[in-house]
Design a protein around this ligand. Structure first.
Ligand code: 5GP
Length: 190
């Protein structure tokens, strides 16, 4: 059975956000109904990030309280912060007949795959660790310490790619976008 749920996982710097943005632009221009789920996090907002648009930014107490109330479909600690997918939003979107994209880490992805075995899971790899370091440095969002932590995490994360139904290596943004769109728009998905 094909699923309305798409899990997209990648080490940070693999180009996942740009790729998803391009795919969603294409989808809305072609009136295909895909939405990106907005996660909750205890990470501090980066410059330019908007509460409720990029993430819902919470304190650790608020997040822990939501865990207690079983409000998350999955949650995980990533680079020292909590991240979670709110159940209510996913259920609402799926019941409206929308297709939902979850942009989450591998730990969350494995949890979702257990609950929704028919979900399409997509792992996006950067071309190499050197290229990943270059991308993280060039985007200038994180300190060296954070970048080193992210690269260590990325190496662990890349070892999980075989749990995913689809693997895309982001060497060229255009080709990787086409590959992602092919998965999103396979027959019965569109
Ligand atoms: P960033 O802080 O760079 O936006 O995201 C860091 C990592 O957290 C990324 O790998 C991203 O996919 C992951 N992430 C974002 N939202 C969620 C979520 O709701 N659940 C899980 N498990 N990971 C998430």
């Amino acid at each position: 059975m094909l699923s309305d749920l798409f899990i997209v996982t990648a080490p940070s710097g693999a180009g996942k956000t740009t790729l998803i943005k391009k795919a969603l632009e294409y989808a809305s221009n072609n009136s295909k109904k895909f939405v990106l789920s907005i996660s909750h996090t205890t990470r501090k907002p980066r410059d330019g990030e908007q509460n409720g648009e990029d993430y819902v930014f919470l304190t650790e107490d608020e997040f822990l309280n939501n865990i207690k109330k079983e409000e998350y479909l999955e949650y995980a600690i990533v680079h020292g912060n909590y991240y979670g997918t709110p159940k209510s939003e996913i259920d609402q979107n799926l019941s409206k007949g929308l297709k939902v994209i979850l942009e989450i880490d591998w730990q969350g992805a494995l949890q979702i795959m257990k609950h929704y075995p028919s979900a399409e899971s997509i792992f996006i790899s950067p071309p190499s660790v050197d290229e990943l370091r270059k991308r993280l440095t060039d985007r200038g969002l994180d300190s060296d310490e954070v970048i080193n932590r992210r690269i260590e995490g990325a190496q662990e994360e890349m070892s999980k790619s075989n749990h995913f139904k689809h693997q895309i290596t982001n060497i060229s943004l255009d080709i990787a976008t086409k590959n992602l769109l092919n998965i999103m728009f396979r027959e019965n998905h569109g």
